[in-house]
Structure formats: C-alpha cells, structure tokens
Design a protein. Structure first.
Length: 195
C-alpha cells in the first residue's frame, strides 16, 4: 500500500517535472522533438513493428503528430487511445489519417469512434506511452488518471512499452505503487534507455 508520504512525493514530483517541461523554450523543444522522433522511428523494434499504439500529444508533451504521420506513411497500423470517462478506460481505434482525429477529453486529439476501426490492445506490438516523469529503471508517473495502468492490466502478454520524454523528465527515482507498470524503453532527446 502506498504511504501518504509517497503519494505526496508523487504529486510533488509530477508538479515539478511538468513545470520543468513547460520551461523548455519552444525553439529548443522543436529540436528535442526532432531528436526523439528520429531515435524512435529508427529504433529497431519500433521500425520493424507492423501494429503500434501511439498517443496524441498535449500541451508541452513531446510532439507526437509528426511521429504518427511518419508511422502512417511507413504503412504501419496505428492505433490511438480515446478516453471513455464514464467507464474510466481507454478505447483504441486505428486511424488512417490525421483527419480521423477530433478534439476530445481535456482538449486532447482523439480518434473519431468508428466500429470498423476498433483496435485491441493485445494486437499491439509496441505501445508508446505518455508520462510526466520517468526513472532509469522504467518507473513512470502519468497524470494520475490511471488510464494506461488499467489498459495494460488487462493484458496477459505485455508488448514492448516505450516512453518518449525530454531529458528534463528523467528523475532519480519514481515512487512506484503495486499497480504501476514499468516501461522497458525510454527514448529521450539525448539517449535510448533500455531497462
């Protein structure tokens, strides 16, 4: 069970890391985004995967829109999550173009629902996850909604979990809870951390 102190640490770490990320100047962020994209798309497991899950970036997250476009151009099956707030879950849909996105939960771009494009998490070869802070052991702090943890909990066999983050989001240690999932790879603007 998580202690009140650990919860406070997590909350504080989330706040501090978001502030640090927000302070990256836009011109520096653009360079970092490019570095991260280049590392991710040439990372062998990602480059060779046919079916992947990405996410639409939000606020000062690593810009994923060029990554989504590149993946689609390369013929990958790309699924994106859509928040189902009433059930507290993520639903996945394949997209064939950026036109199949609309503004959804908290202003985040989400796939337009279409029964013929429903994607299953167990079909993903690589899942690229968002997050606020990460440590070199694969610890991850999200935004506190638990959506990704619940999505991954449903899996018997977990695909490759890749996080993309700015170097500023790498911290010494993440206070993990029982249900928290570790990522296996973190790709930053400086390096690839294989856990």
């Amino acid at each position: 069970m998580m202690t009140a102190n650990k919860l406070l640490d997590k909350k504080e770490l989330r706040k501090e890391t978001i502030e640090k990320r927000d302070r990256i100047p836009p011109e520096v962020r653009a360079i970092k985004d490019r570095e991260i994209m280049d590392r991710l798309i040439t990372y062998k497991p990602f480059a060779e995967a046919g079916t992947i899950m990405l996410f639409a970036s939000f606020r000062t997250e690593v810009n994923t829109f060029p990554i989504i476009e590149k993946a689609l151009q390369r013929g990958k099956k790309v699924a994106l999550p859509r928040v189902n707030k009433s059930e507290g879950i993520l639903e996945l849909y394949y997209i064939e173009s950026m036109e199949q996105l609309e503004t959804g939960y908290m202003g985040i771009k989400e796939p337009i629902t279409a029964p013929e494009r429903i994607a299953l998490v167990e079909d993903m070869e690589v899942i690229v996850l968002p997050g606020v802070a990460f440590d070199e052991k694969g610890g991850r702090i999200g935004y506190g909604g638990g959506y990704y943890d619940r999505l991954l909990d449903s899996l018997k066999k977990v695909p490759l979990l890749v996080a993309i983050a700015y170097e500023e989001q790498i911290v010494d240690e993440i206070p993990l809870e029982q249900h928290d999932k570790r990522v296996q790879v973190i790709i930053t603007d400086k390096r690839i951390i294989e856990v």
